[in-house]
Design a protein around this ligand. Sequence first.
Ligand SMILES: NC(=O)c1ccc[n+]([C@@H]2O[C@H](COP(=O)([O-])OP(=O)(O)OC[C@H]3O[C@@H](n4cnc5c(N)ncnc54)[C@H](OP(=O)(O)O)[C@@H]3O)[C@@H](O)[C@H]2O)c1
Ligand SMILES: [Zn+2]
Length: 345
Amino acid sequence: MKAVRMHGYGGVDQLFYEDGPEPKITQPDEVIVRLEAAAINHIDIWNRMGTTGVALALPHILGADGAGIVSETGEEVGSLKPGDAVCLYPPTGCGHCEFCLTDRDFMCIRLRALGERLEGTYAQFVKLPAQNCFPIPAGLSFEEAAAFPLVFITLWRMIVTNAGLKPGETLLIIGIGGGVASATLQVAKKLGARVIVTSGSDEKLERAKSLGADHGINHRAQDFAQAVGQWTAGRGVDVVLDCVGGEVWRKSLASLARGGRLVTCGATAGGQPIDDLTAIFSKQLKIYGSTLGSREEFRQLLSFLSASQIKPVIDSVFPLEEAAAAQRRLEEAKQFGKIVLRIPQ
Ligand SMILES: NC(=O)c1ccc[n+]([C@@H]2O[C@H](COP(=O)([O-])OP(=O)(O)OC[C@H]3O[C@@H](n4cnc5c(N)ncnc54)[C@H](OP(=O)(O)O)[C@@H]3O)[C@@H](O)[C@H]2O)c1
Ligand SMILES: [Zn+2]
């Protein structure tokens, strides 16, 4: 099959579009999906650079997100048949640890996610457990169905389960150009929240406003914590989504109202920020670290996407062959929303 395989850690020059072996079913609960589309996430770049701490077996196929048609099923699979259109839930677990044994395999101590310990979706075929395949929400194309799973499941757990964002509350989203950020804007508006966004680009702030953002702040032009204070008449916001970290973190804490909640799932600008413990205790703040989400949260999300008719924001679509250029676009933060790969048939 055609695939983009990574032959070593480093830059995009480690990605090669080439022929590789097709996956074979080895467990009775597995299926093989012929992919129509895949999507790029920042985790692909961390994995390519070798900064995640997960040792990859090389050559390796990156990609946590995909959608396509089931082509083959293991003998114990009863829920799916060849020809079914599916989107993919990225994580699975070891099956033996405390978390797997209590239906929380997304928290497994030996997590196996697509594109990491499992071969990923930058390929014509992918193998995964049948329980990781879900029907595509009505009205979504394959490209849209590949674009939403990782970012939407992550934000759903952060914003709905952890932060418990309520109608009428104010949410601040840092770096609206990111995939998690733009998806959070869409969900938060449907939930009836007021949303402030930040970006280093005025153009991205305008796009965010067209998606319903109530206020945009260019963090290159002004201190966003001060700007948030002014816009909220000194009160601050109820919830901050900060997946950027680094120097931004302290300003995110400063933007919160008393009793506010901060959610994080990443640290694009640095994982060792200067903290502000005084702000955390004196303002009675809550900080939620989050990664991925459960199958039950994924089911809730699919239902929400159908009911709300939200479609993920697609920045651009590249042919699989041009995965390196697609990753470079994300690395340079040129995107607004998701970058998708179209898989040749
Ligand atoms: N744990 C999980 O389950 C999970 C799942 C998905 C993502 N993540 C993590 O979450 C983070 C976001 O991922 P993503 O793919 O959505 O997007 P991303 O590509 O990492 O985010 C890019 C956006 O963050 C903003 N940004 C980057 N550096 C910045 C800085 N120094 N100061 C201010 N803003 C900055 C930029 O926004 P503007 O372009 O608007 O300026 C940029 O477009 C990543 O760290 C990723 O690894 C974690
Ligand atoms: Zn486990």
